[in-house]
Design a binder for this molecule. Structure first.
Ligand code: PXP
Length: 253
């Protein structure tokens, strides 16, 4: 696999952590734990450069109140992923996160399955309107797209600041992912030539992140599920010990 690590040596890379799945666990019981706001605070304390959340139309994990609380409490920056639902665009324009990333959304999907279907000269009026509204609110704008030159041309035409390259195809193919990696490398170069900042994310894990992190044009990674998963397995031992202590305290005379 062609990992161009030397070219990107010491170049900074922002790590934004997606805390959606902390809310997924909370929503399994509709209770108040675990709290994505507390998780975001801990991520920041551990060195995260930003916090990412996706307010989905079906509100399956992150809730409106989470977005409001995070907009107040995040001390790094907040990156809000959203589709073009008018109530969510209105919330974004009111709360003014540092960055908004437009993503496609389908109700039945388990997670965001592909990038935005953009075509040069054929803008989706809902997306164009939402972009204008959030740009007027002073929010940095990014579009989640597949690593495809024609889609990147269309993204540039929309006048956004950045694109987030969908790394899902690469992640699914890994470790036999040379072709998908080359597509990401080419797309990252081309996006920079178009004057777009380049972000990437989706499906990145501790095993597969390296070749993507080595692409020199990429300046921001958005990673969620793998980090939340590892937090559960690395933290569960301590959680059991804490419960033992709580129970033992009830058994002393
Ligand atoms: N970037 C975007 C645009 C996403 O929709 C998601 C998933 O919500 C991510 C990054 C993070 O993906 P993962 O949870 O697989 O790391």
């Amino acid at each position: 696999m062609n990992v161009s690590a030397s070219k990107s040596a010491h170049k900074p890379m922002r790590l934004y952590i997606n805390v959606d799945h902390v809310a997924t666990v909370r929503q399994a019981r509709r209770t108040d734990e675990p709290d994505p706001v507390e998780a975001a605070r801990l991520c920041e304390a551990a060195g995260a450069d930003g916090i990412t959340i996706h307010l989905r139309e079906d509100r399956r994990h992150i809730q409106d109140d989470d977005v409001r609380r995070l907009a107040r409490s995040v001390t790094t920056v907040l990156n809000l992923e959203l589709a073009t639902a008018p109530d969510i665009v209105a919330l974004a324009s009111e709360l003014r996160p540092h960055q908004a990333t437009f993503v496609p959304e389908r109700r039945q999907e388990i997670t965001t399955e592909g990038g935005l279907a953009l075509e040069l000269g054929r803008g989706d009026p809902k997306l164009t309107k939402a972009i204008a509204r959030l740009r007027d609110a002073g929010i940095r704008l990014s579009l989640f797209v597949d690593p495809d030159a024609r889609v990147l041309d269309a993204a540039a035409e929309l006048g956004v600041d950045a694109v987030e390259l969908h790394t899902g195809t690469f992640a699914n193919a890994f470790p036999d992912a040379d072709e998908a990696l080359e597509r990401l490398q080419r797309a990252a170069r081309y996006a920079r030539e178009l004057g777009l900042a380049v972000h990437a994310g989706h499906g990145l894990t501790y095993r597969n992140v390296r070749p993507v992190a080595a692409i020199p044009e990429i300046e921001e990674l958005n990673i969620g599920h793998s980090i939340v998963s590892r937090a559960i397995t690395t933290g569960i031992g301590r959680a059991v010990e804490d419960m033992r202590v709580a129970i033992r305290a009830a058994r002393v005379d």
